[in-house]
Design a protein around this ligand. Sequence first.
Ligand code: CMX
Length: 472
Amino acid sequence: MAFFRGLTAVSRIRSRMAQEATTLGGVRWLQMQSPSDLDLKSQLQELIPEQQDRLKKLKSEHGKVQLGNITVDMVLGGMRGMIGMLWETSLLDPEEGIRFRGLSIPECQKVLPTAIKGGEPLPEGLLWLLLTGKVPTKEQVDALSKELVTRSSVPGHVYKAIDALPVTAHPMTQFTTGVMALQVESEFQKAYDKGMPKSKFWEPTYEDCLNLIARLPPVASYVYRRIFKDGKTIAADNALDYAANFSHMLGFDDPKMLELMRLYVTIHTDHEGGNVSAHTGHLVGSALSDPYLSFAAALNGLAGPLHGLANQEVLLWIKSVIGETGSDVTTDQLKEYVWKTLKSGKVVPGFGHGVLRKTDPRYTCQREFALKYLPEDPLFQLVSKLYEVVPPILTELGKVKNPWPNVDAHSGVLLNHFGLSEARYYTVLFGVSRSIGIGSQLIWDRALGLPLERPKSVTMEWLENHCKKAAA
Ligand code: CMX
């Protein structure tokens, strides 16, 4: 087995003979071409026993090793810094940002298969990576694209359930309703009701997660067309890859927009386990609620303005700046508007983060996309100006731990550039992408037999008494 450390090794790896296994950033990369190598489920089947043994060993050999001290601040501060969950698919470093199975976003952009030469990664490739820890070949990704197409048909009652809502209902409400309506198809629930051994839980979970991921783009695009395009839907083009087909069903066929959608869906998939949507999906799944129930719960968390709704808020905020000052907004006017927002008791959307302490690499790659495809866009230029104006003001407040922009600060202006200007819809796109991360981890949750989540809570009185005793 050959080991390569740097990214320069990537091109050499690509040209290696089939059957060669290599490592990049801790990720095993297997290049093989037998039929089962193209089947994601067979690949997982092989990996699961080895990972189950790894977990058993961790428990038996290191179960009592301490991971830190819990302070009163942590309990009162939304559990910040408290390690409390296993999340295999990605890990977030406060300074460096997210790594998907050991690979940073720029590394994923280099090694994951693309639809066009030098283009953005295909989200199906990231799904493969998250599930297996291995960088897939283009053939594997193409096979997965096709598999998702075969799973993508949506029962008619789902659309009827959405239609029962007023068209004015928030897109996230309509989307989550669609996900709940899909739940009647759950393979996990059927198998559980019949009875199955715990060792088999992962298999119907896999079926549900793959079906869910495949069916979300038609449901999400139905919601978009229903609200914003007089209900005129567009049929899928099943020759396209996952993200391109989604963009097509929304009504956007510009090749640059297809590339944007591939990038967007790839980078919003996963952000380790503690964020509200990921944690909620994992928590609800730990009660053996099926993946549809778990994911719908996750979406409801994503719909909050401190989390996924921030991407909607950013574009609305930018447009309200322009509405008030005109499109030639000066730096001073921008500063004034930021202060006005803060004084009104609101947060500046798109800035700050619960864990990150630097500019979000998901922001940076979107900025690079903008520099490549839309450098003259006036809203992009405003976003660039905000990068200079907002962090010093947030720093001046003295309480903000991270004044730098996050993923949501940039996505809206890119979508807006290609005509997807309905900001209220943006969190639905985030939700479609999140299914890939949350679904991948749910499969591993069940494969590893992770238990019901049940942390201990205490009252203020309990804390006061505990602190008195500690002082004495
Ligand atoms: N604007 C104004 N105040 C902010 C701020 C911002 N962008 N970011 C943090 N603060 C404030 C917090 O509200 C908090 O104030 P109080 O002590 O008065 O409650 C204080 O600074 C300390 O917060 P923190 O420890 O730096 O950040 P948190 O972990 O509590 O919160 C986050 C993180 C993302 C909720 C926060 O930075 C925020 O509200 N940002 C704007 C909304 C946003 O962009 N959310 C999207 C995040 C990415 C995602 O999940 O999609």
